[in-house]
Design a protein around this ligand. Structure first.
Ligand SMILES: Nc1ncnc2c1ncn2[C@@H]1O[C@H](COP(=O)(O)OP(=O)(O)OP(=O)(O)O)[C@@H](O)[C@H]1O
Ligand SMILES: O=P(O)(O)OC[C@H]1O[C@H](OP(=O)(O)OP(=O)(O)O)[C@H](O)[C@@H]1O
Length: 218
C-alpha cells in the first residue's frame, strides 16, 4: 500500500556544488536556518524541518532546470541566467561572486570595440556574446569553449575573447586587455520562474536571505 501523507511535496532549492559561488551560497542558506548538507558528501539533501530538498548542481546548469519547473528557487550567477536565455526572475542580488564579462584583445591592438568586426571571439558564454555583438551591430564569429578561454588567441582559434574578469590578473598574464564596456556585471543571484515567484515559500526564502544580505552589507 502506498503511504499517504498530508505534507506538501518538498520545496526544491538548487545551489552550486563547487566553484566560486558554492561556499558562500551554502553559508547563506545555513545562516538562514536551513540544513542544506555538504555537497562533497552528497548532492541531494532533505531538510525535513523546512520541508525543503537541496540539490547541488553546476552553477551553469541551474537556470534551465529552474525554467523547466524542476526546481523552485536557486542560487547561480547572473551571467549564467543571461546565457540560458530563459524566462527567469531575479528575486535578490546576493552581493557575492561579483565579476564582469568583458571583451579582451591582445594588448597591442586598438581599443575600439569595432576591432571585433569580421573577427573570431572565443567565449564560454556564446549566447550572451552573440546577443551582445548583435546589439552593438558587430558582425563577428563566436567560437564556443567550455573554459581556459584566455588561451584561445595564443592557440590561434580566435582573435579576441569574451570572458569573466574579476581582478584582471588572468588577462594581464595572457597579454590581453579589456576593450569596451562589460557585456554584463554579474554576481550571485536568487532566481525563480515568474509563475513561482509569488509562492509563499519563495517569498519567505527571499525575505530571509534579504535580511542576511542587507545586514552583511550594512
Ligand atoms: N574570479 C572569478 N572567476 C570565475 N568566475 C567568477 C569569478 N568571480 C565571480 N565569478 C562568477 O562565478 C560564476 C562561475 O562560477 P564557477 O566557478 O562555478 O563556474 P566555472 O568553473 O567558471 O564554469 P563551469 O562550471 O562552466 O566550468 C559565474 O557566475 C561568474 O561570473
Ligand atoms: O580576473 P581574474 O581575477 O584573473 O579572474 C578571471 C578568471 O577566472 C575565470 O576562470 P576560471 O578560474 O573560472 O577558469 P575557467 O575559465 O577555465 O573555467 C575566468 O574565466 C578568468 O579566467
Amino acid at each position: 500500500m502506498p503511504e499517504f501523507t498530508s505534507e506538501a511535496p518538498p520545496y526544491r532549492i538548487a545551489l552550486p556544488h563547487k566553484g566560486v559561488l558554492a561556499p558562500k551560497a551554502r553559508e547563506l542558506l545555513l545562516a538562514a536556518g536551513y540544513r542544506c548538507g555538504t555537497p562533497s558528501e552528497r548532492l541531494q539533501c532533505r531538510d525535513p524541518g523546512n520541508n525543503t530538498e537541496f540539490l547541488y548542481l553546476r552553477a551553469r546548469d541551474i537556470p534551465p532546470l529552474v525554467a523547466e519547473g524542476l526546481i523552485d528557487a536557486a542560487i547561480t550567477g547572473r551571467d549564467f541566467v543571461a546565457e540560458s536565455e530563459r524566462d527567469l526572475v531575479e528575486l535578490l542580488a546576493l552581493g557575492f561572486g561579483r565579476a564582469s564579462v568583458h571583451y579582451a584583445v591582445p594588448a597591442g591592438e586598438d581599443s575600439d570595440l569595432h576591432v571585433l568586426h569580421g573577427r573570431r571571439v572565443a567565449t564560454a558564454l556564446p549566447a550572451l556574446t552573440r546577443r551582445d555583438l548583435a546589439g552593438r551591430g558587430i558582425d563577428a564569429r563566436v567560437v564556443s569553449m567550455t573554459g581556459a578561454v584566455e588561451n584561445a588567441v595564443h592557440v590561434g582559434i580566435a582573435d579576441a575573447i569574451a570572458d569573466v574578469v574579476d581582478s584582471g590578473r588572468t588577462l594581464a598574464a595572457h597579454g590581453l586587455k579589456i576593450i569596451g564596456p562589460p557585456l554584463i556585471r554579474s554576481e550571485a543571484v536568487l532566481i525563480a520562474r515568474p509563475d513561482r515567484a509569488s509562492r509563499s515559500a519563495t517569498v519567505e526564502l527571499t525575505r530571509q536571505l534579504a535580511a542576511l544580505v542587507y545586514t552583511t552589507a550594512a
